[in-house]
Design a protein around this ligand. Structure first.
Ligand code: XMP
Length: 329
């Protein structure tokens, strides 16, 4: 492997050489490790000429907006604007069930928000920002757009990751992708050197389209998003309490658009089913399902059904990648 201190110095040099002294740069923070490390690195190189935006798309996890904004502002001192675009995203997703269509809509909405953010900045600065930072990693590059000679063509692209290659031509922003040759563990190492809080660096990956790919079917149906947030929080908190969070690559709950019959108290119920998924992985390209202890699963399922209204059944996903992907959509 490379020495991460050298990679950092080299990246800062490259960014300083690339971005002129009068140029401004924008960055979309997702709340994940990748964009946070990328922004912190660019901030170190060019300071206040970096302008970050965090979009609340209504598809975030329990208290996520408050939690990540605190890290950005209090711990990292990043210049960041928070945009609440919940209405815009959810109204465009209403009635949409096809996973790829969902991803395309979300990607398009993100771009329209970044565009508006860039235009606002242009007004304020009297000058158009010239660059966009993206936290693209090496596995994103090879899954979304396989390099020539890799034996994989574009038609074999697995999913359209919204954060790779989806920018409109007329945006005229040049890309800064300081992590594009790195794997996840290397990004975490880089973040540690940049003094990003360790608990933040250890956070499991979270997809750009957020809970939209974890509520199967129409995300605006009923209170699916709210149910999923509560179930997911119980699952993740239980994993942390059990001391196994760092042994897992990714853990999350999935909302299934079906109901099954249950009995709670002496009442017959007809309520939702949620699935729990936890996997181990090196880089997200392949994954094995995580084998919890019997008692852990028993406790977590009981807790979910007892405290989340509208759920009476919990199932566990026991497939690896391949044949499944990590996310369900
Ligand atoms: P899959 O589901 O393809 O996921 O096995 C592999 C890894 O990528 C994450 N993922 C995404 N990340 N934008 C992202 O930034 C996306 O559109 C996206 N889709 C999946 C997924 O959570 C897993 O870590």
């Amino acid at each position: 492997g490379w020495k991460m201190e050298d990679v950092l110095d080299e990246e800062i040099k490259v960014i300083k050489g690339m971005v002129g002294p009068e140029d401004h740069v924008i960055c979309a923070l997702s709340g994940g490790v990748d964009s946070t490390v990328a922004a912190t690195l660019v901030h170190k190189a060019i300071g206040e000429r970096l302008h970050c935006v965090f979009v609340d798309n209504g598809l975030l996890r329990y208290k996520e907006r408050e939690r990540v904004m605190k890290t950005f502002e209090r711990d990292l001192h990043l210049p960041v604007t928070c945009v609440d675009a919940t209405e815009q995203f959810l109204s465009n997703l209403k009635g949409v069930v096809d996973p790829e269509v969902k991803r395309k809509i979300i990607g398009k909405e993100f771009i329209s928000i970044f565009d508006a953010f860039a235009q606002d900045l242009e007004h304020k600065l009297g000058k158009r920002p010239g660059y966009l930072v993206q936290g693209t990693l090496y596995p994103d590059v090879i899954e979304s757009c396989p390099p020539p000679g890799s034996g994989r063509s574009h038609s074999h692209t697995i999913k359209s990751h919204h954060n790779v290659g989806g920018l409109p031509k007329d945006m005229k922003l040049k890309l800064i992708e300081p992590l594009k040759l790195l794997f996840k563990d290397e990004v975490r190492e880089l973040g540690r050197i940049l003094e990003v809080p360790v608990a933040f660096l250890k956070r499991h990956p979270f997809p750009g389209p957020g809970l939209a790919v974890r509520v199967l079917g129409d995300v605006t149906e009923g209170n699916a998003l709210e149910i999923l947030r509560q179930v997911d929080e119980i699952f993740i908190q239980s994993i942390k309490d059990a001391g196994i969070y760092d042994s897992i690559w990714q853990a999350f709950a999935v909302f299934l658009p079906i109901k099954s019959v249950g009995v709670q108290g002496d009442q017959r119920t007809h309520s939702h089913v949620v699935a729990l998924r936890a996997v181990t992985s090196q880089d997200g390209m392949t994954a094995d399902w995580y084998n919890f202890e019997h008692k852990f699963l028993d406790d977590v399922a009981r807790k979910i059904c007892n405290s989340v209204r509208g759920v009476n059944r919990v199932v566990q996903d026991i497939t690896s990648k391949p044949p499944s992907t990590i996310e369900w959509e």
